[in-house]
Design a protein around this ligand. Structure first.
Ligand code: NAD
Length: 296
């Protein structure tokens, strides 16, 4: 049994913390929302009184927070993890945040003698609840080895992507590609329909031809061909357009710092911004089809 502090028990964190408790670990739960902590207690965790109480006896601290500023605050802030953690504690930040902040917080942890990895996830709320998340990890080999048994209780595929921050790099690059091929797939299905080719026939042809991609074959944005796709439930999320936009913005921030040309990533961000501006970013990200075909 490992003593774990889990900070950030929202949509994702709740399922992840529950799985750690189910695996027999002692999990102290901390969140600024009392409601979130109460749900974690119902799922087998122990309510922490404050940051000190959560962290001071923990072998491992796991965080699942909204954005970079929350991660900086929770670790390096006045009442933060760095001030209370015991010697030898390992930190795992599973939040999706900007690469620069991830690298900065890990460098600060290491300067204080702690081991830390960034470990953003894919798999969504369903994957968090089922314990089937994919983790993309960045950090030293030894930090990754310490974190791995804990990640195994929450996920199915655990990748070590290299040095600190590389988990975030893998996550934003993958999701930038996903946003781009989702929009491209919507354009192709919409054009096919306007030219008189129905979605199912186009799907049958294109999935065995060179246009084949995941957005089409597993998550088709045109209603019909893929039964489980959100397009068949009026684009109920799933993976919300707002979450896709967050990741596309992180990709643009990273691209601009790295001076990497991402013209299609820039376009994808602009297109998902229109979903946000029109108040439709609560739809699934495949709902960008409605923007493309003029039914939004
Ligand atoms: P969420 O908003 O539901 O949960 C975040 C939790 O953090 C909230 O309960 C909030 O109260 C808590 N929190 C904020 N500041 C805090 C602080 N200072 N101290 C303690 N708790 C604090 O978000 P979520 O959907 O669970 O997502 C969490 C992270 O996972 C995000 O970075 C997101 O991008 C990423 N992610 C989400 C999904 C998804 O489908 N929801 C998928 C993959 C990755």
């Amino acid at each position: 049994m490992t003593q774990i502090a889990f900070i950030g028990l929202g949509n994702m964190g709740l399922g992840m913390a529950s799985n750690l408790a189910k695996a027999g670990h002692e999990v102290k739960a901390l969140d600024i929302s009392k409601d979130a902590v109460a749900k974690a207690v119902d799922a087998g965790c122990i309510a922490a009184k404050n940051a000190k109480d959560a962290v001071e006896t923990a072998d491992v601290v796991v965080t699942m927070l909204p954005a970079g500023q929350h991660v900086s605050l929770v670790y390096a802030g006045e009442d933060g993890v760095f001030g209370y953690a015991k010697k030898g504690a390992v930190f795992i930040d599973c939040s999706t945040i900007d690469v620069a902040t991830a690298r900065d917080v890990i460098a600060q942890a290491e300067a204080r003698g702690f081991a830390m990895i960034d470990a953003p996830v894919s798999g969504g709320v369903g994957g968090a609840a089922a314990g089937t998340l994919t983790f993309m990890c960045g950090g030293t080999e030894s930090a990754f080895d310490c974190a791995k048994p804990i990640l195994d209780a929450m996920g199915k595929n655990i990748f070590h992507a290299g040095d600190a921050g590389n988990g975030q790099v893998a996550k934003v690059c993958n999701n930038m590609l996903l946003g781009i091929h989702m929009i491209g797939t919507c354009e192709a299905f919409n054009l096919a329909e306007k030219l008189g080719l129905d979605a199912q026939t186009f799907f049958d042809i294109s999935r065995t031809a060179s246009g084949q991609n995941w957005s089409m074959t597993s998550y088709c944005p045109a209603p019909g061909p893929v039964e489980s796709a959100p397009s068949n439930r009026d684009y109920e999320a799933g993976f919300a357009a707002a979450m896709m936009l967050k990741d596309l913005r992180l990709a643009q921030t990273a691209a601009s710092k790295a001076k990497a040309a991402t013209p299609l990533g820039t376009q994808a961000e602009a297109i998902y911004s229109l979903m946000e501006a029109s108040g439709n970013d609560g739809l699934d990200f495949s709902g960008v089809m409605k923007l493309i075909n003029g039914t939004l």
